[in-house]
Design a protein around this ligand. Structure first.
Ligand code: ADP
Ligand code: MG
Length: 725
């Protein structure tokens, strides 16, 4: 074993779980302790101000200046009491992560330092936006943008070793009003969804509901690797995934990791993550070992989507930071290791009304039953009509390793309903048949009651990208490293579109047919039209790929093909119709997606080349030299070394091939660098030239790893990084 690897492993062998310090005695008091939430608002604001603020929060409205001053002051007092010196607007530019720029509360008055936070500073910030991706929306000379508080998401305190910072979740726009972030379209889409859902509910006779909001619970998968090994892997450091690494003797085949007992150092890490997140008001609920070795999952209780998206950003941030303290690196990449499962993010999505009903809860009464079937029809129409668009929201270089590989949902979008619900859909369709075709088990909406649906985990189909799981849909194709803003903004928009369609149809025919028949007809028509999107079988199977092709379902096999659909006429029209994105915003976002892909592959290419040239090749040559010297010496003594010579020849041929692979990747990489073209063309070049060359180089390197003297091999091996904790 190489000296560096040996040293790292000796360190790991001596590590033990890191203690948090004093544990909180009472979880309910700890939960949300670092959030300026309703309780703080109620106790610190005059009653009228509290009421006005609550209304703004619930309806996502802007605060007026007088109210903003009151809120800002109360927030500052609260934060300063808890040791905060600085505040920041906390936003989500289109980089996939969050951004912050801290300012202290300090202001000078007559040479004295005062702690101040104005309403103006609370509701608007002005970061220099020139270095954030804008996809061409904003020329650098007019680079200023502004951030605006999203009152649906509460402010929180981030406690770090040497102080606390007040974070105000904000949206980020250009001065001309274009969205430069992931939050703005999410907020716009939530409004559109609420508008169309309320319109439809009114038609169905609901007079109570004032607004509807999407709900989200994000199951987050991740890997942990010991930091002492992590730092010996420049590929992991630069790209988040291993670009080389031969298959270890043991992988995940024993299936002994999933739900296995949690290793003490890992559990200590999880416990600290949970404590930090509870303080931040993130309702973390579940922890467990995942399928692959050193892979884990965290899941919270679902919340309103705008908050849940922010909370998932915090989950990722806190996991990464706490991991360091425990001597781990938290890997959020979709595929850190070849040959074992990658990581995803299950996006559990539903819609809730302001009176607390889940619109995807199957009904117990005929009215509820009708409402549920309408919502189901809406989801079927949305996913079938806009499968291409939904696919773009999960399209990035990292997720290409997952989607379509036999461990993650396929790149083809389909909906799993389970047998019972599928039978109900079939029966409703059959109910429109005439005469002898009419089946005995037909049902009508608004009259029949749904048969009880099982909500049993065993019934779930893990191969479906979009599965109904009892009272919510689970979009399982989202990548583990992704921000959830975009998938949910698109989900909300396509559902709003479907709800608007249904409402429009009912409005047209209600007077003539009566409500029940009008609803029944549109629902059954949608079931018929979009039945092709339903699939309960094995999404990994080759038959499904053929069947999906026959049904005409799109299959965008890689990110670049998928991203190209983002800006089609259909999709631009949709975004514009619901005020979610303008055509300019759509185009800029598509460019950013392409550029992000190209950059990710470029970094991987560079990283692979540098490791190949400066680490693997020298190691292989040193090993070759030793073998050659040994064979030469033995031969000089007149010994028979035919088999060893053959092995030396084989080894040399592999090294030759490896050098060839380096030259090939260098050439393809240079070609891609020089042939930019449009962002889409550039991304295609990276996909078609650099990705295959990297794959070839890896294959040869992984072969060499099994032959080179272990003492020479510079990179920690899979057997080490996956199992040593
Ligand atoms: P699993 O899918 O692993 O069996 P659960 O049924 O516990 O797990 O749910 C997974 C996630 O779905 C959790 O985060 C949970 O809070 C969330 N969830 C449950 N109901 C809803 C809902 N109505 N809307 C959004 N998410 C929900
Ligand atoms: Mg799940």
């Amino acid at each position: 074993m190489s000296a560096a690897r040996t040293a790292a492993i000796q360190l790991i062998a001596r590590k033990s779980p890191v203690a948090i310090g004093t544990l909180p005695q009472h979880l309910p008091a700890t939960f949300g302790a670092n959030v300026f939430g309703l309780e703080q608002m109620r106790t610190r604001l005059p009653e009228s101000a509290y009421k006005a603020l609550r209304s703004c929060m619930e309806h996502g409205q802007e605060l007026d200046h007088a109210l903003a001053d009151q809120v800002a002051n109360a927030m500052k007092e609260w934060a300063v009491e808890r040791g905060a010196t600085h505040f920041t607007h906390w936003f989500q530019p289109m980089t996939g992560s969050t951004a912050e720029k801290h300012d202290s509360f300090a202001s000078l008055e007559g040479g004295k330092l005062l702690m101040e936070f104005s309403g103006k500073a609370l509701i608007k910030g002005e970061p220099d936006a020139s270095s954030f991706p804008s996809g061409g929306l904003r020329a650098t000379f007019e680079a200023r943008g502004y951030t605006a508080w999203d009152p649906t998401s509460p402010a929180f305190l981030r406690e770090t070793t040497n102080g606390s910072t007040l974070c105000v979740p904000t949206a980020f726009c250009s001065w001309t009003g274009e969205a430069l972030d992931e939050k703005t379209p999410l907020l716009r889409s939530s409004e559109a969804l609420s508008r169309e859902a309320v319109r439809l509910l009114r038609l169905l006779g609901d007079e109570r509901v004032q607004y509807v909001y999407p709900t989200l619970g994000v199951e987050q998968e991740y890997f942990l690797i010991d930091r002492d090994l992590y730092f010996l892997r420049p590929d992991l450091v630069a790209t988040g995934r291993t670009l080389f690494g031969a298959k270890p003797p043991k992988g995940q085949e024993l299936e002994d990791h999933y739900f296995g007992s949690i290793q003490p150092r890992v559990l200590a890490f999880m416990q600290e993550v949970e404590l930090e997140l509870w303080k931040l008001g993130v309702p973390v609920k579940t922890r467990h070992n995942e399928v692959a070795p050193s892979q884990y999952e965290l899941a919270p209780i679902f919340e309103r989507t705008t908050v849940a998206v922010d909370h998932n950003m915090l989950v990722m941030e806190v996991m990464k930071q706490v991991a360091q303290k425990h001597g781990f690196q938290c890997l959020l990449h979709e595929k850190p290791y070849a040959g074992i499962n990658g990581s995803g993010k299950h996006n559990n999505w539903s819609m809730s009304t302001d009176v607390g009903e889940n619109l995807l809860e199957p009904g117990r009464s005929p009215e509820q039953n009708m409402r549920f079937m309408v919502m189901l029809a809406a989801v079927m129409r949305a996913v079938d009509t806009h499968a291409d668009l939904l696919r773009t929201t999960i399209a990035h270089a990292g997720n290409d390793h997952r989607l379509g590989a036999n461990e993650a949902p396929p790149a083809i979008l389909s909906i799993y309903l389970g047998e019972q619900l599928t039978d109900v859909v079939d029966a409703l369709i059959a109910g429109t048949g005439r005469g002898s075709e009419r089946r005995r088990d037909t049902m009508r909406l608004g009259v029949s009651v749904l048969p009880p649906l099982p909500r049993d985990a065993t019934d779930r189909n893990r191969t479906s990208p979009f599965a109904f799981t009892g009272n919510k849909f689970e979009f399982r194709a989202v990548g583990s490293s992704q921000a959830c803003g975009r998938p949910n903004a698109v989900l909300n928009t396509i559902i709003a579109d479907a709800l608007a369609h249904i409402a429009g149809e009912i409005e047209k025919t209600k007077a003539q047919k009566g409500l029940e028949a009008a609803v029944n007809d549109v629902v059954v028509e949608l079931f018929k039209k979009h039945q092709r999107i339903l699939f309960n079988g094995n999404g990994y199977s080759a038959e499904w790929h053929q069947e999906a092709h026959k049904r005409g379902l799109p299959n965008f096999r890689n990110a670049v093909d998928a991203i190209a659909n983002f800006g089609t006429r259909k999709n631009v029209d949709l975004f514009e119709r619901f005020g979610v994105l303008s055509s300019k915003e759509v185009e800029s976002r598509m460019n950013i997606l392409f550029e992000a892909y190209s950059k990710a592959i470029a970094i991987e290419g560079q990283s692979a080349l540098s490791i190949a040239r400066t680490m693997i090749l020298p190691a292989a040559q040193r090993s070759q030299l030793a073998v050659a010297q040994s064979v030469g010496a033995a031969k000089a003594c007149g010994l028979d070394v035919k088999v060893q010579e053959k092995r030396l020849r084989d080894f040399t041929a592999r090294i030759e091939a490896f050098v060839g692979g380096i030259e090939e990747l260098t050439a393809q990489f240079e070609h891609a660098e020089q042939h930019a073209g449009s962002p889409g063309e550039h991304a295609k070049t990276y996909r078609d030239k650099v990705v295959p060359a990297m794959g070839k180089l890896r294959e040869i390197a992984d072969g060499l790893e099994t032959m080179v003297d272990d003492a020479e091999w510079p990179l920690p091996k899979y057997r080490e990084i996956l199992f040593l904790q």
